[in-house]
Design a protein around this ligand. Structure first.
Ligand SMILES: [Zn+2]
Length: 222
């Protein structure tokens, strides 16, 4: 038995006017039609604004609560639910890769700053040390503060870069100028859409096409 919370977008505060409640779905089973079992659904608001990745279970909640405004793309997941006692038929839900829920997100929730984690930072820099240009493994990469925190540098996207352990040690407590180690790229805060692309390794073609269409022009893949 699988119990799903009523709020289909639990954990993401986008201010949806969704009613409280619990839905019990008996014997839910998802059959993945897409290329990977880790497939997630891209949630939008009714106005087409990009919210976040949600699990297929959360997507099912939106369908069950009749909270789906519209969808995009070819169905990517088939979810088989309980059997209806009256009809004897098993319920089947076809999930689309992009689902717009009813309701609009609050304007302050647009393009929120992605959390600055090491995983997100290394993904932004494509796992390349921004001092020597070498691609590193996760265990060999560090978060370097361009202006060291001891010199008043802040722990924010615009002041941190991926650095291999050797470069980080060599640079030490200096700025790139003082260490004579120029940066290979200027650190920046990824947009929310970039963050969504970087944080999901199992993006479906329909989803990628949609997300890339929402990237700033200069950040689109050539
Ligand atoms: Zn390096």
């Amino acid at each position: 038995m699988l119990r799903i919370d009523g709020d289909g977008l639990a954990g993401a505060d986008f201010g949806h006017p969704m009613e409280e409640g619990m839905h019990e779905v008996i014997g839910l089973r998802a059959e993945v039609r897409g290329p990977h079992a880790g497939t997630r659904v891209l949630a939008l608001d009714a106005g087409g604004r990009i919210l976040d990745w949600i699990s297929w279970q959360d997507a099912v909640c939106l369908y069950v609560r009749d909270a789906v405004a519209w969808t995009l793309g070819t169905p990517c997941l088939t979810v088989r639910g309980g059997t209806n006692r009256a009809s004897g038929r098993q319920s089947v839900l076809e999930l689309h890769p992009i689902v717009a829920s009813t309701g609009h997100c609050r304007s302050h929730a647009l393009d929120p700053a992605p959390a600055l984690t090491n995983a997100a930072l290394f993904a932004r820099d494509r796992h390349v040390c921004l001092y020597c240009g070498q691609q590193g493994q996760r265990g060999d990469l560090t978060r370097d503060h361009v202006v060291p925190t001891s010199r008043g540098g802040r722990d924010e996207w615009e002041n941190v870069v991926t650095a291999c352990t050797a470069c980080n040690l060599r640079k030490g407590n200096r700025t790139p100028q003082l260490a004579n180690m120029p940066l290979l790229a200027v650190p920046y805060r990824p947009s929310w859409v970039e963050h969504l692309i970087l944080s999901n390794r199992n993006i479906l073609a329909d989803q990628m096409e949609f997300l890339v269409g929402h990237l700033p022009r200069h950040r689109r893949p050539q």
